[in-house]
Design a protein around this ligand. Structure first.
Ligand code: DQA
Length: 151
């Protein structure tokens, strides 16, 4: 089983960026925690970060037939991107949306997600542990035979 983790804009700055909200763990450290968990779950994982909406859309399109599932923290694009949402729907690959912070207790504009309606699950507010919970949830969904994303 192969899983792609996509990190959206500004997440390359984790560790330095608003640590009171996002913590002090760097993206590299998060990726290493994800790899460790993937090993324990006996799945393969790859990580990708981009600040560009178009690159993220292309990466999701390319994921078809290459990956069984996606974990995405779309960061600010969560609240704006019809393009990323359409890419996820088009591939039909089960996708879990994750957020480090609890977006529902923050500014009102963060409480709208374009991605959630096409996600197979959403995890928000557990710090870097959101990624681990997302990975466990996705693997458990994928292990159920004939799992498909509800639309
Ligand atoms: C975030 C929440 C988004 O609102 C914000 O734009 C981010 C990070 C999170 O992980 O908590 O960049 O996705």
């Amino acid at each position: 089983m192969k899983i792609l983790v996509i990190h959206g804009p500004n997440l390359n700055l984790l560790g330095k960026r608003e640590p009171e909200i996002y913590g002090k763990t760097t993206l590299e450290e998060i990726n290493s925690l994800i790899r460790k968990e993937a090993k324990a779950l006996r799945v393969q994982v790859e990580s990708f970060q981009s600040n560009s909406e178009g690159e993220i859309v292309s990466k999701i399109q390319d994921a078809t037939k290459r990956y069984d599932g996606l974990i995405i923290n779309p960061a600010a694009y969560t609240h704006t991107s019809v393009a990323i949402r359409d890419a996820i729907s088009s591939t039909g690959i089960p996708t879990v949306e994750v957020h480090i912070s609890n977006v529902y207790r923050r500014e009102e504009f963060r409480q709208k997600s374009f991605i959630s309606p096409v996600a197979s699950g959403v995890i928000s507010g557990f710090g870097v542990y959101s990624y681990i919970l997302g990975l466990r949830g996705l693997v458990s969904q994928l292990k159920k035979s004939n799992y498909s994303v509800p639309h």
